[in-house]
Design a protein around this ligand. Structure first.
Ligand code: NAD
Length: 432
């Protein structure tokens, strides 16, 4: 069975690599020639644990290939998976332009019956729409059908999340499509949930929005904990023993970012509105998160008369540890705001600096440092935006010894408040 995958981002590349790893033939297609060339040399365009090793292994074994020539890749494929981006439009709705472009390319290329599998996160009803679009543009008299197969991997653990998925959701409208997709995923030996296409599309949004809601709920509780003198970490621990609640996603902080939760909450909220329904819970999750991202910045503004001329260290820039992805990272509004207010930002991240440069640029307001010490040396204040292990394990004596003014605003609750205070560090964290 030949499988082509359109898009070699986090989802497309990891899917292709893992399909090859379980013994299938996968060809990954992208429009970015630079990316394709690098991948052929065994270089991953994204930072993701285990990915490069598996890329090299499966490319060498001949099960995995990369190309910009979509025609060759699609024309005789049995299955084509679409894994291109579905970014947010300015009104919050999902932009399906990339998906539609691939759909037309598929229609004008395929020469045999093909199952087209939509892995991108798309609004409910999109599989129907894309199937119609492909059928309208077909140039050969062949059978095509769409199947929804949303992706649940998390960046930072994408390879393991795919090889050992908690579940594989397939949304199909025919026995033909069910059989093909069940066969594709059989080697993974994971639970397969079969639904119709609209339910599968909804499972993806509902899962992401539920997780976003869980984070925002804990952040809301954390803010109240600060007011009433409770400790959100103790509260989370106490809650976590209840199996109905679970112990994941209970960590308070400065909010979620990334390429999924922010856009998927807004897209579902938009879609509900479009159907004259208001998703009040999701709306609340979005609002709480927007405020949470700049919570510590607001606190910092009360600590100084002005940021003008201050040296401010920012530790951690990516939206979470384990990835170099800067999309919607909470560091973005914070760094931009500090720079606008005249601070000189000294930013450090173990893997995200290259992508951070694309977001913040290289100018006199921001210096990218090689390590934590360099960032905090003689700093008037330090923000922590990402809980990288290196930051969590950093010897806190360093803040006292190296900073001009040991004020630490920790958006990820990396340190013990008592330990920080006993060293004479002015320490602010979230919900404790
Ligand atoms: P991405 O932005 O990292 O990658 C998309 C890739 O598609 C890019 O490399 C781009 O060059 C390529 N592309 C664009 N047009 C193309 C075309 N016509 N043909 C071939 N390639 C083309 O995207 P991503 O983060 O992997 O997300 C893809 C989809 O999966 C989105 O809908 C996203 O919401 C969803 N998703 C993402 C994650 C995640 O953690 N990133 C997890 C689950 C689901």
């Amino acid at each position: 069975m030949k499988i082509a995958i359109a898009g070699t981002g986090y989802v497309g590349l990891v899917t292709g690599v893992c399909l090859a790893e379980v013994g299938l033939n996968a060809v990954c297609v992208d429009i970015d020639e630079n990316k394709i060339e690098k991948m052929k040399q065994g270089i991953s365009p994204i930072y993701e644990n285990k990915l490069e090793d598996l890329m090299k292994k499966n490319y060498a074994a001949g099960r995995l290939d990369y190309t910009t020539n979509y025609k060759d890749a699609y024309k005789d494929a049995d299955v084509i998976m679409i894994a291109v981006g579905t970014p947010e439009r300015s009104d919050g709705s999902a932009n399906l332009d990339y998906v539609k472009k691939v759909a037309v390319q598929i229609a004008q290329t395929i020469e045999k019956d093909t199952l087209v599998v939509l892995k991108s996160t798309v609004p409910i009803g999109t599989n129907d729409e894309i199937e119609e679009l492909i059928r309208k543009n077909l140039i050969h008299n062949i059978k095509i059908e769409l199947a929804s197969n949303p992706e649940f991997l998390a960046q930072g653990t994408a390879v393991d999340d795919t090889l050992y998925a908690s579940r594989i959701v397939i949304g199909v409208e025919s026995e033909w499509a069910r059989k093909i997709l069940t066969k594709v995923y059989a080697p993974f030996n994971q639970p397969i949930v079969v639904t119709n296409r609209r339910s599968a599309e909804m499972i993806k949004y509902a899962s992401n929005d539920f997780l976003a809601l869980k984070i925002s709920f804990m952040n809301d509780i954390a803010n109240l904990c600060e007011i009433v003198g409770a400790n959100v970490e103790d509260v989370a621990k106490g809650m976590s023993y209840d199996q109905r609640i679970g112990d994941k996603f209970l960590k308070a902080g400065i909010g979620y970012g990334g390429s999924c939760f922010p856009k998927d909450t807004k897209a579902l909220h938009w879609l509900a509105n479009d159907h004259d329904y208001e998703l009040k819970t999701v709306k609340a999750a979005i609002e709480v998160n927007e405020n949470q991202k700049v919570k510590l910045l607001k606190k910092a503004r009360n600590l100084v008369d002005s940021f003008e001329g201050l040296k401010v260290a920012v530790l951690g820039l990516t939206f979470k540890p384990g990835t170099d992805d800067m999309r919607e990272a909470p560091s973005i509004p914070n760094v931009n705001n500090l720079a606008e207010r005249g601070a000189k930002v000294y930013a450090y991240d173990p893997v995200g600096i290259e992508n951070a440069k694309k977001v913040f640029g290289c100018n006199e307001n921001i210096v990218y440092t090689k390590n934590i010490d360099e960032a905090i040396k003689q700093a008037d204040m330090c923000f922590i935006m990402t809980e990288w292990k290196e930051i969590v394990n950093y010897d806190i004596q360093g803040y006292k010894k190296l900073m001009k003014n040991p004020i630490v605003l920790d958006g990820r609750n990396c340190y013990n408040p008592e330990a920080m205070k006993s060293l004479g560090i002015e320490y602010y964290s979230v919900g404790r």
